[in-house]
Design a protein around this ligand. Structure first.
Ligand code: HEM
Length: 412
């Protein structure tokens, strides 16, 4: 499948995900990088790229690389413990991302909090919020789905998932919108510091919330299950809960916002498949995978760092080097997906890796699909004749392929 070749004169001629050409049609560039070698050094980012699905799945499964941002050779220095604010305590001290064994333990202990029953309960709680969004929208001839609906869903899902009382919403809102900035290496120091401060405020609020919950326990939601786990397990404490909450915000906000837009775009562009996609939760889960595959929305994939000097796929890699796992490169390989440019919500996905694989499989996968299903169903219920009002303009400077806006026509 892959052929070892000499590095090109400029990698940006092969793969430039911030270019107009990539954002308009990523498949040719993805296939070019995919076929340029199994493990290649991508000079523009100073990072190695793992291109082949089998290697990526093995890396996901065996976790021989670190997920800890502070293991990157260009990361800011890990601050000494005496200087930690709440933010560092949550992100470094108890990081869900850093310590392999502790991560496995946290995932095992926290698993019941993300079970199907809990997602059913969360659905019950977020449904009225989604209905209210559409009530507030009214019945316009056209509207921007991105601004009017999609932008609000991450906040709704995360606050309802965690059970944040409404009195805290205003303080939590900027954190849900900006938290991922705190570890974005390309961000200005000023903006990163602002996001860090917002995060510290949020951690104080979450601590207060946990104290309140301890005083008046509830049942069958994520916080109650995590607090029960804290009481039962010596090695699972309040900082594990706080870290987990931050991880949910960090991993669940931008992804949800992006996929809200892409799911509506792809399904309305192929309206004839809309009914099939919405026919059941399982059918919708499959449609979600097809939206993700067909759109090739990702640009950089998933970052890992070499924990020591080592050999990866036959190449010597130095300690601290960044390795990008890019499973999105194979999405248009006809050997995996016949007629890859065709959108088909009934395609078979074996394996289905859109939510990762192995120990770091997305903890919010069930919730992500459920809130998408709820929102798209509500959109079609309110506006049975809904269609795209225009082909959306694409933004080139974002970390995934994003739309300027997503204008929909309701047709009465
Ligand atoms: C469409 C939306 C989503 C997609 C496509 C997605 C995809 C993924 C993928 C591929 C990973 C693995 C990343 C890696 O290996 O580095 C992951 C991890 C994760 N996701 Fe999601 N995700 C989505 C939504 C969510 C939501 C809504 C939440 C929380 C409510 C969430 C929470 C997490 C967490 C906490 C992790 C890290 C798990 C760990 O390290 O153990 N995700 N997600």
């Amino acid at each position: 499948m892959s052929m070892e070749q000499e590095a090109p004169a400029s990698w940006l001629d092969v793969y430039d995900p911030y270019s107009k050409a990539y954002c308009e049609d990523p498949a040719p560039q993805c296939l070019a990088l995919y076929n340029s070698g199994r493990f290649v050094y991508y000079e523009p980012w100073g990072a190695w790229v793992m291109t082949q699905l089998d290697d990526i799945m093995q890396c996901w499964k065996e976790e021989y690389l670190s997920s800890d941002f502070y293991d990157w050779e260009h990361a800011p220095p890990r601050p000494p413990e005496a200087e930690w604010t709440n933010y560092e305590r949550a992100m470094i001290g108890h990081s869900l991302l850093a310590d392999h064994d502790h991560h496995l333990l946290v995932r095992k202990i926290a698993a019941p909090a993300f079970s199907r029953n809990v997602v059913d309960e969360i659905e019950r709680r977020i449904k009225p919020d989604i209905e209210k969004l559409f009530d507030d929208l009214g019945t316009p001839d056209t509207f921007d789905y991105k601004e009017e609906i999609a932008r609000h869903i991450p906040f709704i899902s995360i606050t309802r998932l965690i059970g944040v009382p409404e009195k805290y919403w205003d303080a939590i809102r900027p954190v849900v919108a900006n938290f991922t900035d705190t570890w974005n290496p390309t961000l200005s120091d000023e903006r990163r510091e602002k996001a860090r401060q917002e995060c510290n405020i949020a951690i104080d609020i979450f601590k207060e919330m946990l104290a309140e919950r301890r005083r008046s326990p509830q049942r069958d939601d994520v916080l109650s299950i995590l607090l029960e786990a804290e009481a039962k397990h010596d090695d699972f404490d309040e900082w594990d809960i706080l870290t987990l909450i931050l991880a949910l915000i960090g991993a669940g906000s931008d992804t949800t916002f992006t996929f809200q837009q892409w799911t509506v775009y792809a399904l309305l562009k192929h309206r004839e498949q809309l009914a099939t996609a919405l026919s059941s939760h399982d059918a919708f889960a499959n449609a979600f995978s097809e939206v993700s595959r067909w759109g090739v929305i990702s640009k950089m994939g998933f970052a890992r760092y070499a924990p020591r000097d080592m050999e990866i796929c036959g190449e010597p890699v130095r300690k601290g080097a960044m390795v990008l796992l890019m499973p999105h490169l194979y999405e248009h390989d006809p050997a995996y997906f016949p007629e890859p440019s065709k959108f088909d919500v009934t395609r078979t996905f074996e394996p289905d890796i859109r939510f990762g694989y192995g120990p770091r499989f997305c903890i919010g996968a069930a919730l992500a699909k459920r809130q998408l299903y709820l929102t798209v169903s509500e959109l079609v219920r309110r506006f049975p004749n809904i269609e795209l009002a225009a082909e959306p303009e694409r933004l080139y400077d974002q970390t995934s392929i994003a739309f300027e806006s997503l204008l929909l026509r309701t047709n009465g």
